[in-house]
Design a protein around this ligand. Structure first.
Ligand code: HEC
Length: 213
């Protein structure tokens, strides 16, 4: 049944493939399938918003914590709290002193984030929640400064811009290691392998491994 119904379409497919292969030889990729067109630098620009740890990608503009306070209270405090303490289940932006080594560590901008520049990327990219990418560059710089100042990492009147932001040393700057992997060291079993796979631990149990054989 398969072959009788599809003889015709199989033939069409083969012809199409042959045409595509001929086209492949000297046409650019975009023209090959008759789809799309080359994208211009101007069109890429709105998508190219990433800010790297070293500050590459930071736009022009500047701000201070002093300027950021009013913006924060209007656009951010409803979820993150007047003092960045977090409202309900919305995340706090200020560290409450719970160490990263605690059973339930408190990971915030102040004690966990390794780069101040990431704040710029994150706030512009994703906040305010529900209205992302609506802030101007100056507003974002001011908010970054305000969040840093709430964490006692910056003075109120220090100007934050593309030059100064990458120079701010975050407390947990050295707290990350590069994982060169692999994190599982196992070799593939080719013979006499276990018949039944048994789960002996779960991540949520921390280090407690079921050793009851
Ligand atoms: C409507 C609620 C809401 C508003 C308003 C809001 N946020 Fe958020 N914010 C969130 C939520 C939810 C998350 C967590 C998102 C996630 O983890 O995916 C978050 C996460 C963040 C984080 C990352 C926190 C962390 O440690 O992971 C920062 C920084 C932040 N917001 C800054 C701001 C700033 C600055 C504003 C104001 C311009 C703002 N937010 C406005 C809800 C909100």
């Amino acid at each position: 049944m398969f072959s009788s119904m599809c003889d015709g379409c199989l033939m069409r497919c083969l012809i199409l493939a042959a045409v595509a292969m001929v086209a492949c030889a000297d046409e650019p990729v975009v023209a090959e399938w008759g789809l799309g067109r080359p994208i211009s630098a101007d069109e890429i620009k709105p998508w190219d918003i990433d800010v790297r740890p070293d500050g590459v990608g930071l736009p022009e503009g500047s701000g201070t914590a002093e300027a950021g306070e009013a913006i924060f209270q209007t656009k951010c405090a409803s979820c993150h709290g007047e003092f960045g303490e977090g409202v309900g289940r919305f995340p706090p932006l200020v560290w409450d002193g719970t160490p990263l080594t605690a059973d339930r560590p408190r990971k915030t901008v102040g004690n966990f984030w390794p780069y101040a520049t990431t704040l710029w990327d994150y706030i512009y990219r994703a906040m305010p929640f529900g209205n992302a990418q609506s802030l101007t560059s100056d507003e974002v710089y001011a908010l970054v400064a305000y969040v840093l100042a709430m964490n006692d990492l910056l003075d109120e009147d220090t100007v934050v811009d593309a030059k100064t932001l990458p120079k701010i040393e975050m407390p947990n700057r050295e707290g990350f290691i590069r994982d060169t992997g692999p994190d599982i060291h196992a070799s593939r079993c080719m013979q006499n392998c276990v018949q039944e796979v048994r789960i002996i631990s779960r991540a949520s149990q921390h280090r407690s491994v079921d050793s009851g054989e």
